[in-house]
Write a protein that binds this ligand. Structure first.
Ligand code: F6R
Length: 241
């Protein structure tokens, strides 16, 4: 596991964006695994900047997002589909039909999970971008006694709903369920980039990266992957020696 600590957020964002852009330049039809939340916004801004500078084309790239809320249509500005269009897809040359998110509006969520896994199986992820939840979740794989390998529906923990409530008008509007790629699917990516910032994540960073491998800290399973690059700002990395 390679851990890089950056002095500034801008440096972290630029480094992460370059890792992704370099992957695409080496393999124009690369498959990117993407995340939402507050952490990747600066990374996507930087990817858009590199695209505008004609340093990369995403025209043959395929993307798979980690997760989506159940019950929010793509037009809802809190859905992850909306987020991805707003922060990345609408600014670059990726064809819409090559971008994939779990469909949280599917009538049959179980069938949707099977469909998503089949697509991931056919098009393995080359580089997967991850953020880290305060409780150690990756995607929406929450701490539990068991973790699922494949894509599945999850009931969100109260702490995760509370952390996400900042994006909604009220707590009642925060969805209760989400569909997420499983830890098994995440670990199948060739390279994983875990980006974390902020003092409030310092403790969970230390636990996930240096603590025991346990399903009660899903991100600790990343310790079993051969190629994980961890990008931290000073605050998030302050408890690592
Ligand atoms: C988002 C996702 C989540 C976030 C995590 C951190 O697609 O899967 O695991 O990465 O909750 O969120 P932020 O970056 O908002 O702190």
């Amino acid at each position: 596991m390679e851990i890089i600590i950056f002095d500034t957020q801008q440096q972290l964002d630029a480094y992460a964006a370059e890792l992704i852009v370099n992957t695409v330049n080496q393999k124009p039809n690369a498959v990117l695994g993407l995340a939402t939340g507050s952490t990747p916004i600066g990374i996507y801004d930087k990817m858009v900047e590199l695209y505008n500078q004609k340093k990369v084309s995403f025209s043959s790239v395929t993307t798979f997002n980690l997760d989506e809320y159940v019950g929010l249509p793509p037009q809802n500005d809190q859905s992850y589909a909306y987020y991805m269009n707003k922060h990345l897809f609408s600014h670059i040359d990726i064809p819409e039909d090559r971008t994939h998110l779990p469909n949280g509006m599917a009538d049959d969520i179980d069938a949707e999970c099977i469909r998503y896994d089949a697509m991931l199986e056919a098009q393995p992820v080359d580089i997967q971008l991850l953020g880290l939840g305060h409780n150690g979740h990756i995607g929406f794989n929450e701490p539990d006694v068991n973790l699922s390998g494949g894509t599945h529906a999850v009931k969100l923990k109260d702490e995760t709903r509370e952390a996400n409530a900042r994006f909604f008008a009220s707590m009642d509007e925060v969805p209760t369920y989400a569909v997420t790629m499983g830890v098994g699917s995440i670990l199948k990516a060739d390279t994983i980039v875990l980006a974390v910032r902020g003092a409030d994540k310092a403790e969970i960073v230390k636990e996930a990266l240096t603590g025991p491998i346990t399903t009660s800290v899903p991100a600790s399973l990343l310790q079993t992957h051969a190629r994980v690059i961890v990008l931290l700002d000073r605050e998030a990395g302050r408890m690592l020696d």
